[in-house]
Ligand binder design. Structure first.
Ligand code: IPD
Ligand code: CA
Ligand code: CA
Length: 262
């Protein structure tokens, strides 16, 4: 991977600093859907990331949420969420992140999630473990759902299709110690990697929301899959992530065996 990871860290930190700066002033907020926002923060962060990556690696491909994609000529692809937690950012709720993943021939190879409000940078490289601000991180050792702090997210079409989302939420609500919905899937997944949360599930989620966080969890000793426990396909829009110990119990809840429904 050579110098890809240092560039990913530099880019995530620079974009995060920009978001913090913009957060302090008036924000420009547009709508992509009724409850799906896009701000000047999303656009300017994306422009910064893409310019930096293209200046260093012109042959690499880029896929980014707000559309500044670039078709490179090689096998390396950068997957960017320039601002994960746009709703939080738009309201001045300080929980959002910049997420950067790198794949080589389709395989996740590096991941960085940066939280500019706490200056916490979560970094994973395939086979080299996971770190937060350069110290090693590991998933939690919680083995029972009843002791678990779980986390989820809701899709932007929740008004049109609430049923399955609510059923899964309800099923976990009566089994877990507590549930959080902080609003930045990338950072939520980084928290699972760091042992601050024990499990996470979300459907209709995009590759830029989950790619970096999934590698962080794998490298921190946890497990990522689809709701049925099958190997994660980062492009399929569904993730179940856990410390590993809770995984089968969470699959049972999500697949209907314990009150959830598909
Ligand atoms: C969203 C956040 C949210 C999750 C949504 C994502 P955005 O990303 O990660 O927590 O529930 O599914 O789309 O729009 O803020 O980049
Ligand atoms: Ca996102
Ligand atoms: Ca985003």
């Amino acid at each position: 991977m050579g110098d890809v990871l240092p560039t990913a860290i530099e880019a995530a930190r620079a974009a995060g600093a920009l978001l913090r700066e913009l957060q302090a002033g008036p924000r420009t907020i547009d709508h992509k859907g009724v409850i799906n926002l896009v701000t000047d923060g999303d656009r300017r962060s994306e422009a910064l990331l893409v310019a930096l990556i293209r200046s260093r690696f012109p042959s690499h491909s880029i896929v980014s949420e707000e559309g500044s994609d670039h078709a490179g000529s090689g096998e390396v692809c950068w997957i960017l969420d320039p601002l994960d937690g746009t709703t939080n950012f738009a309201h001045g709720f300080p929980f959002y992140s910049v997420s950067i993943a790198v794949t080589v021939r389709g395989a996740l190879t590096a991941g960085v999630v940066y939280d500019p409000n706490r200056d916490e940078c979560f970094v994973a490289e395939r086979g080299a473990g996971a770190q937060m601000n350069e110290g090693p991180i590991r998933v939690s050792a919680i083995a029972d759902l009843t002791d678990a702090l779980l986390c989820t997210g809701f899709p932007y079409d929740i008004r049109e299709a609430p049923t399955g989302v609510v059923a899964h939420f309800q099923a976990f609500l009566i089994r877990a110690q507590a549930i959080r919905r902080p609003g930045s899937a990338a950072l939520d997944l980084a928290y699972v990697a760091a042992g601050r949360l024990d499990g996470f599930w979300e459907r209709k989620i995009h590759v830029w929301d989950l790619a970096a966080g999934a590698l962080l969890i794998q490298e921190a000793g946890g497990r990522v899959s689809d709701y049925a426990g099958h190997p994660l396909d980062i492009h399929r829009g569904e993730i179940l992530a856990s410390n590993g110990l809770l995984h089968e119990a969470m699959v049972r809840v999500l697949c209907g065996g314990e009150g959830g429904e598909r």
